[in-house]
Design a protein around this ligand. Structure first.
Ligand code: AMP
Length: 540
């Protein structure tokens, strides 16, 4: 017997109509390149999204066409997040931190037809424009002065359009957004989110046991909108009617902290690097800013060091929510909340859970396997590759590439090496390409980094494999020291010796000014390996 309920499509169009009817006065704040604040509302944003849909139609954009953005986090980007998918086209968020040749590859691969680009990023665009012949029109967001001659000024063009649009009835499985993986191994691959996956992801993100987004929140997505849909945070906020605060290009700790304080932000999300900088700033002058409105800071994208979680909690009364995800998972996959009964565990055991990647959100399923594909036990010790499946997990890449990442029985291979415990908590020990194998034994670089970052002199640490004559690979630690602090190799080793097995202790330390990073703020260990990987051989 079939159910007798309505087939109501899960499309982003509903977010627009809901916002217009319920939250039209809710505020959206965006920071301009000159640091001034632009204030608008949901109502105005919905109208401008309709103008954008009309404008793109005038420019010849058809259902399924890709419309690229090369933008910071601001209200015009949000309008494209809504208007482009609702008109049946596909928004393609280009990562402005990539090399121009990489952006060109991605834009060509996706066959972008129109690009919306910030005035402040036109210089970058000009570096690859000639390499993407599919782009027919360039719309310039006048964020830093009017669009130059010869380009279309988004504001001028929007003003010519009507502020309503006859949105088509969409199939919920139609594409809404394309986001490319960062491609540290091989070419970047396109992940195509559907309306359905995006809507379900937004609803899951809003759950109290996930990010707990509600109408009373004021959300600051520090994570860029070109990185896995800013973790779905803007859609989750829009769905609930939360106030949105968009930081524009100003992602330095001082600007972010002052924005969080002045706008009374309740929920902010970003990669650990951002929060490491913010914690260092707060430690210097704890009373400078009133962050009492914050209810949680979501940290993901790479492992949140336990010292960061405790540092915020103990010194500033601020709560961290650690989450794991990937571009391929829209991105929310697991989240490290304490479960019923766990608050009676020792503080160390609680921290262990909260600093893990957590357990899967509803409808995401997790398992880990060995090289032969055998499913491994959930014993908190056996390491294997994490595999996931669920309604917002990629089933394939754009163009059918990377088939080896999808198993025959319907799981996605994440490339993360993990343990899973009996409670279902995932703990990442490494990215598979970053594992250190010493004499056939895996050493967790993440565990070593976390232990090093709990040393008072260490601001950041990245541990990578150095080639070794006898053991094949041994760990080397790259360290960034805190301002005015020192630490000898012996002090660091003594600090680690209390926390990890003896054979895990690094064979060498290198002090660096900054850990090299990927375009999405993760440690770029391949660069460290290139630079220092032979260090132990020459030491012999
Ligand atoms: P991306 O697709 O660029 O978001 O990268 C996804 C990868 O980032 C994952 O496969 C992990 O290796 C890493 N990652 C994301 N979140 C976390 C986290 N909370 N802890 C450790 N690694 C993470």
């Amino acid at each position: 017997m079939l159910g007798r309920m309505m087939q109501f499509p899960l499309t982003l169009t509903h977010l627009l109509t809901r916002a217009a009817s319920l939250f039209s006065d809710t505020e959206i704040v965006a920071v301009r390149p000159d640091k001034s604040l632009h204030r608008t509302t949901y109502g105005a944003t919905v109208k401008r999204a309709a103008r954008l849909a009309n404008l793109l139609t005038r420019l010849g954009v058809k259902p399924g066409d890709r419309v690229a953005t090369l933008c910071w986090n601001h209200e015009a980007h949000l309008e494209a997040y809504l208007g482009v998918p609702a008109m049946g086209a596909v928004i393609h968020t280009l990562n402005l931190r990539l090399h121009p040749s990489e952006i060109a590859y991605i834009a060509r691969h996706a066959e972008d037809t129109v690009i919306i680009v910030d005035r402040s990023l036109l210089g970058l665009f000009e570096k690859f424009r000639a390499e993407v012949p599919s782009i027919r029109h360039v719309l310039v967001v006048p964020d830093a002065g009017p669009a130059p001659e010869g380009t279309l000024d988004l504001e001028v063009e929007l003003a010519k359009e009507r502020d309503d649009f006859d949105y088509p009835a969409l199939d919920e499985n139609q594409a809404a957004m394309i986001c490319y993986t960062s491609g540290t191994t091989g070419n970047p691959k396109g992940v195509v989110y559907s309306h359905r996956s995006t809507v379900l992801h937004a609803m899951a993100a809003c759950m109290a046991d996930a990010l707990g987004v509600s109408e009373t929140d004021t959300i600051l997505p520090v994570v860029p909108m070109f990185h896995a849909a800013a973790w779905g945070v803007p859609y989750a906020g829009f769905l609930c009617g939360a106030k949105l605060v968009m930081p524009g290009p100003h992602l330095d700790p001082a600007s972010l902290v002052s924005l969080m304080a002045s706008e009374r932000v309740t929920l902010a999300a970003g990669v650990p690097t951002i929060w490491i900088g913010i914690l260092a700033l707060l430690d210097k002058d704890p009373k400078a800013h009133d962050l009492s409105a914050i209810r949680s800071m979501v940290i993901g994208g790479s492992a949140a060091p336990p010292a960061l979680i405790t540092g915020f909690a103990e010194r500033h009364g601020l709560h961290v929510t650690h989450a794991w995800g990937m571009t391929e998972t829209n991105p929310l996959g697991t989240l490290a909340r304490l479960r019923r009964g766990m608050t009676s565990l020792s503080p160390a055991a609680q921290l262990e859970k909260r600093a893990s990647q957590g357990y899967a959100v509803p409808f995401v399923e997790t398992r880990h396997t060995d090289e032969t594909g055998k499913v491994l036990p959930r014993d908190g010790a056996t390491m294997g590759e994490l595999e996931v499946r669920g309604p917002w997990v990629a089933a394939s890449y754009f163009g059918g590439e990377g088939l080896d990442r999808f198993t025959a029985d319907g799981w996605f291979k994440t490339g993360d090496v993990v343990t899973l415990d009996a409670d279902g908590y995932v703990k990442i020990t490494d990215r598979s390409k970053d594992v250190i194998k010493s004499g056939g034994e895996w050493i967790s670089s993440v565990a070593l980094e976390n232990a090093l970052m709990s040393h008072p002199s260490v601001l950041e640490a990245a541990v990578f494999a150095g080639r070794h004559e006898k053991w094949d690979e041994r760990p080397i630690a790259a360290i960034v020291l805190r301002e005015g602090k020192t630490a000898t190799d012996d002090e660091l080793t003594a600090h680690l010796a209390t926390q990890v097995a003896k054979y895990w202790l690094p064979d060498a330390y290198v002090t660096v000014a900054q850990i090299p990073r990927t375009s999405t703020g993760k440690f770029l260990k391949s660069k460290l390996r290139e630079q220092y990987g032979e260090l132990l051989l020459s030491k012999k």
